[in-house]
Design a protein around this ligand. Structure first.
Ligand code: FAD
Length: 434
């Protein structure tokens, strides 16, 4: 049977699970979806995931739910039926089910707190009956046109599962920080201390990073006893996501994306996605005269008395050092975190597919229309890396319905690449012998 294994039970996993359920219900082909998750469903939206305390609000509208934009035109003749069935998994259906729909409308359709978003995802998991495995993916190896995935359960016992297709989600670990220093907190440490009301009192605090992770951390820090809070990012300013129709439509409808040059695509991402705080976070911070922006890339972390000294680098200026008594590393996820899971042979195959060592740029450039890496023998879907090649909404919550369409409309095995014999002869011996 065609099995699609998903690493991580976040919104992307739920979008694919619900769409596969709907396709099956309509008698259309769909893979069996199995989701592996060490935490709860929606774990990264709960305090235990280390990315939030669960009480901060979603930056985007919850109506951009797991079916959005409800345009399954690829399912020829069945598109409207698929979209109608997907509406029963939508955000408003969830609220109706909870009996809170009218209240939500009357309150002006607020963005939900992260913990409620996790509850929505859990509701989708229950309704779709998706197969869940409670455990953490530890390693992945290639076996012909399949993947073999080793999963460690809570008690440490491991199990190996075969999958025809594999999808990786999530940002990696929240426990990483730039340096091991007691005054430099990882984002997980920060939320843990904030949740226990044990954040150290500080006069000069700093948050490194300019994205959603940093935005939520800033939003929390300003509620604590601090004299100044500096947000440090390489860009000249912190941009606000405009949320205009023109910007949003590029996220919801990736078709237009293809027509843009790479330089134009990078420009859109820079202005709308990276180094951008949501309008609501920006409004809170702008009104607070303790908040400042420092431009630069942190290149050195050093002990300085009771505090920590950060050296900031800017291309046109000499390095500058600033001292803080509390620093939060909110630089966010590591895009290539999942590479550590692949064994050597799988890495060799991956390198062959992308044409060289596994860099972010090379992988981003190799993501095809189905959000999988081109030229791998078995499908490896990497929606988090699909922004540049396929559309800026695929790594986030902007077009989860389109994401599931692209993946489920594709065939389980990668087409045989012309010139494969040349490629195989170029493989290192260890792989070529298989
Ligand atoms: C604070 C914050 C706020 C955000 N707000 C928004 C927003 O409002 N709008 C928006 O579009 N985007 C937002 N984002 C970006 C957001 O990360 C993505 O949009 C979205 O969550 C990604 O969904 P996902 O399914 O890829 O992963 P996630 O929701 O991150 O889920 C990944 C899952 O993988 C699990 N996992 C990790 N390692 C393993 C392993 N080895 N084996 C098995 N499972 C594993 C984790 O436990 C987690 O549950 C926000 C990000 C942060 C940090």
């Amino acid at each position: 049977m065609d099995r699609l294994l998903v690493v991580g039970a976040g919104p992307k996993a739920m979008a694919v699970a619900a769409k596969a359920y709907v396709l099956r219900e309509l008698g259309l082909p769909a893979p069996r979806v199995t989701v592996v998750e060490p935490n709860a469903v929606g774990g990264n939206w709960l305090p235990t995931g280390g990315w939030t305390d669960g009480r901060h609000r979603l930056g985007t509208s919850p109506e951009k739910d797991i079916g959005f934009p409800y345009r399954s035109t690829w399912a020829r003749g069945h598109g409207p039926a698929v979209d109608q069935a997907m509406m029963t998994f939508g955000w408003t259906a969830f609220l109706v089910d909870r009996g809170t729909y009218a209240e939500w409308v009357d309150r002006g359709r607020p963005s939900p707190e992260h913990a409620l978003w996790a509850k929505y995802l859990q509701w989708v998991a229950r309704r779709s009956g998706v197969e869940m495995i409670h455990g953490r993916v530890r390693s992945i190896r290639a076996a012909g046109a399949c993947w073999q995935v080793t999963i460690a359960g809570a008690e440490g016992a491991t199990v190996e599962i075969g999958a025809d297709r594999l999808m990786i989600t999530g940002p990696g670990s929240s426990k990483r920080s730039l340096d091991d220093h007691p005054k430099l907190l990882s984002i997980a440490d920060f939320w843990d201390l904030a949740g226990r009301r044990q954040l150290p009192v500080s006069s000069r605090a700093a948050v490194i990073g300019g994205g959603e992770t940093a935005g939520s951390a800033m939003d929390e820090l300003v509620r604590h006893d601090v004299l100044t809070v500096s947000v440090i990012s390489p860009a000249a300013t912190i941009y606000t996501r405009g949320e205009s129709y023109f910007e949003n439509s590029l996220f919801s409808d990736p078709v237009k994306w293809r027509a843009l040059s790479i330089a134009e695509r990078r420009d859109v991402v820079r202005r709308t996605d990276r180094g951008v705080f949501s309008v609501r976070v920006q409004e809170t911070l702008l009104a607070d005269n303790r908040v400042h922006h420092l431009q630069g890339r942190v290149v050195r972390v050093a002990e300085e008395g009771d505090g920590v000294a950060l050296t900031l680098r800017n291309e046109a200026r000499p390095d500058r050092t600033h001292t803080f008594d509390l620093v939060v590393d909110a630089t966010g996820g590591q895009p290539l975190w999942f590479l550590d899971l692949f064994d050597e042979e799988a890495v060799d195959l991956f390198e062959l597919a992308v044409g060289g060592p596994l860099t972010q740029a090379r992988i981003e450039g190799s993501i095809g229309d189905d959000l999988a890496v081109d030229r791998l023998p078995a499908k490896l879907y990497l929606p988090n890396m699909a922004g540049l090649a396929q559309g800026p909404g695929f790594p986030n919550l902007s077009c989860l319905g389109e994401l599931s369409d692209r993946i489920l409309a594709s065939a389980p095995a990668a087409p045989v690449v012309s010139g494969a014999s040349v490629a195989v002869s170029a493989l290192p011996e260890r792989v070529a012998s298989h």
